[in-house]
Design a protein around this ligand. Structure first.
Ligand code: SPQ
Length: 439
């Protein structure tokens, strides 16, 4: 049985110092996927050595790709070309990772072999119809459970997929990416239109590997005539991991933190915009471009936050940062309202309900709504909260300790290892009074 981890956070303190947080999870997944399909050898540095990205890495090894792990964050992928993957001998186990499962479903739909995708308890509850339905329209054959969840049983339809012109009902980079990857094996031009911009790493990285993707406003198009050529990738730090310290240093008094080499792709920087609207002091320094992705150092110092109505256009650009943004809202003066964020209900946990429950336990006036939350800023108390095995919930409540009036205990935190295994070390080095207990 896997060990349970409990976080214990002493209340108070401040955050000070420099840190380089873990590599970007979205880019790490895609570097393995595209590097495997490329011709030649792809070298990756800054790769996120956490369970989610390693699940993708293992899946491609299981499909015959030779992938070497060298020093921390250094990965070499010996690409097998667009048609070189081999049938896996057993179901591909993708752990907690929605990105792995949804992107792989598109990639494997048009292969000349069958495959089965499985995941842990949380992933096995997440909706997969959002990818299997449009893929079926392209001619794919993927069986889900009756509830539309994993395991996914994929019958490879090599040479039989046709293109689709798809208007996505929700803003999802995973659905968009899944269909673009399927489009690499479909006859004709696959066009995917999103209702609002979402992270565009798949489009950027395909282009970086020399595979043509045309982007016109909210529409991305791809066809089957292309090949990927190996490249070198330097993965920036994940703004979704940096977000915990952007909020932490904003809410804790006497704090001053420099977060280095953070990816600031404009489809990911909603958290900076939202915090600045709330009055945070965040400076974006030393902006540069690394391997096609914008990167910067972020300086954040203590501030007095105020409640706001979060603009809906920023929601998809900050989608993974809401657990910790709710903590910022709980420390702000006045009311914060989030709307248009119903997608939060289908993440690793129902992030609206689980955060509202935990905030209420800590004495915060937090009202969940179908598509968001209304939070009255004020005092955060102490207590025991449940993370429901969701890494971002666990880390968000750890950060809440900085402003709490009593210690906070957070249950079921092992999944922090899915995205940010170094969280405890970095957080405690900066000043968070966090200890862990294994049982
Ligand atoms: O991979 P997974 O489990 O879906 O991870 C999460 C996260 O919080 O780490 C979501 F729960 O990030 C997703 C993100 O929410 C990663 C992602 C991507 O890499 O394409 C896209 C977003 O999901 P979606 O459903 O909006 O496309």
């Amino acid at each position: 049985m896997t060990k349970k981890i409990t976080f214990h956070v002493q209340n108070g303190g401040s955050l000070n110092g420099d840190a380089r947080v873990a590599g970007d999870k979205s880019i790490s997944h895609r570097s393995i996927m595209l590097g495997s399909l490329a011709e030649g050898t792809t070298h990756v540095t800054g790769f996120l050595e956490a369970e989610d990205a390693l699940a993708t890495l293992q899946a491609f090894r299981d499909m015959g790709v030779e992938i070497e792990r060298k020093d921390e964050g250094c990965v070499t992928i010996h690409g097998v070309g667009k048609h070189g993957l081999k049938a896996p001998k057993a179901p591909l186990y993708l752990g907690n990772s929605g990105t792995s499962m949804r992107l792989l479903s598109g990639l494997l739909a048009g292969k000349n072999f069958n495959s089965v995708l499985t995941g842990d308890e949380s992933l096995s509850k997440r909706p997969m119809k959002r990818v299997t339905e449009p893929l079926a329209k392209m001619g794919a054959d993927i069986k889900t459970t009756e509830k539309g969840t994993a395991p996914l049983e994929i019958t490879g339809k090599s040479g039989q997929l046709s293109s689709i012109n798809y208007e996505m009902p929700m803003a999802s980079a995973q659905v968009k990416s899944c269909l673009l990857l399927a489009g690499m094996y479909a006859q004709g031009e696959t066009k995917v239109t999103e209702p609002a911009p979402t992270r565009d790493h798949t489009e950027r990285m395909l282009s970086g590997f020399g595979y043509s993707v045309s982007v016109n406003g909210n529409q991305a198009s791809i066809n089957a005539d292309g090949k990927l050529t190996s490249m070198t990738i330097d993965v920036p730090s994940d703004i979704s991991s940096a977000a915990f310290f952007l909020v932490g240093a904003s809410i804790a008094e006497n704090s001053n933190v420099l977060l280095k080499h953070v990816g600031i792709n404009p489809t990911r920087t909603g958290v900076i915009d939202i915090l600045k609207l709330m009055g945070a002091n965040i400076e974006v320094l030393n902006e540069r471009t690394v391997g096609g992705e914008p990167v910067a150092d972020l300086r954040v110092t203590s501030s007095k936050l105020k409640g706001i109505e979060i603009p809906e256009n920023l929601v998809p650009l900050a989608i993974d940062e809401f657990p910790v943004l709710f903590i910022a809202a709980a420390c702000a003066e006045g009311e914060t309202r989030l709307t248009g964020a119903e997608e939060l209900r289908v993440k690793e946990s129902d992030r609206i309900q689980v955060m509202a429950d935990g905030l209420q336990i800590l004495g915060v006036d937090a009202k969940p709504t179908p598509d968001g939350m209304i939070i009255q800023g004020g005092k955060i108390g102490g207590g025991t909260v449940e993370s429901h095995g969701d890494h971002r919930i666990a880390m968000a409540f750890a950060i809440a300790g900085l402003r709490a009036t009593a210690p906070i205990e957070i249950l079921d935190c092992a999944n922090v290892n899915t995205s940010f295994p170094e969280f405890k070390n970095i957080a405690t080095n900066l000043g968070l009074k966090l200890t862990t207990e294994e049982n």
